[in-house]
Ligand binder design. Sequence first.
Ligand SMILES: Nc1ncnc2c1ncn2[C@@H]1O[C@H](C[S@+](CC[C@H]([NH3+])C(=O)[O-])CC(=O)[O-])[C@@H](O)[C@H]1O
Ligand SMILES: O=C(O)C(=O)Cc1ccccc1
Length: 242
Amino acid sequence: MQRDAIYALPQEQVVDFAFNEAVADVFPDMIRRSVPGYETIIGLLGVIARRYAQPHSRIYDLGCSLGASTLSMAAQMRADDVRFVCVDNSTAMTRRCEQILQRHLPAGQFEVQCADIEAIPLENASVVVLNFTLQFLKPADRLAMLHKIHAGLLPGGVLILSEKLQFADAAEQTLINDLHLEFKRANGYSELEISQKRSALENVMIPDTFEQHQARLQVAGFAQVVNWFQGFNFASLLAVKA
Ligand SMILES: Nc1ncnc2c1ncn2[C@@H]1O[C@H](C[S@+](CC[C@H]([NH3+])C(=O)[O-])CC(=O)[O-])[C@@H](O)[C@H]1O
Ligand SMILES: O=C(O)C(=O)Cc1ccccc1
């Protein structure tokens, strides 16, 4: 695995974060060292998919990056005739994702699409995964995305939504954010790397509070919303369609 050193050297001007070739090359290392609980979430969302997958349905992995969620779900799948639809709008990610999935899954069991998840049709879905992807959509576009997912899900289908959280209470925000910074330091990131990446993400990744997610999922039509995992400010929600 290639080590993430993208923000290791001082940059005159830190440009907005993009999922380009350089990021794709180091992505597994970057996300593991940046997101507390990432590997646990990947493993457990496979268990959730195993529970909710319906035969002859589709499983969507939206913002799939290198396909980690799909690999976990496929390895634990029991339902017959399930097709994985993996979508990402970064060609650097989808080219690598296609190669990785080819090595692990039968050709007929998956497709990888390079597209904006806001533009693709969604149908016959039993499970939809948004693993740290919704936070990259413009806030004004997020409700429409959830409406589309709800409409494309079968009765009893689920959305697994993982996100970085923000906290309405200033003291809680400071405390939890400090713990996330400590996690990054513990994983070998320097103060320079941490601060340059924070600038790069500032206009690109805009987190919501748990309450905003819960309210929005309810407006989109989901009957039940449960926070099933949290590591500091990184959480995963399960939203069930009645
Ligand atoms: N509008 C969009 N349309 C399609 N893709 C998008 C869009 N916006 C962002 N992306 C894609 O969403 C992914 C977010 S990373 C997901 C990790 C993965 N789920 C994992 O479980 O390993 C999370 C992170 O890096 O924090 C990137 O690959 C973007 O190209
Ligand atoms: O690095 C961070 O601070 C994050 O919030 C998570 C992240 C992980 C990988 C790419 C972009 C953002």
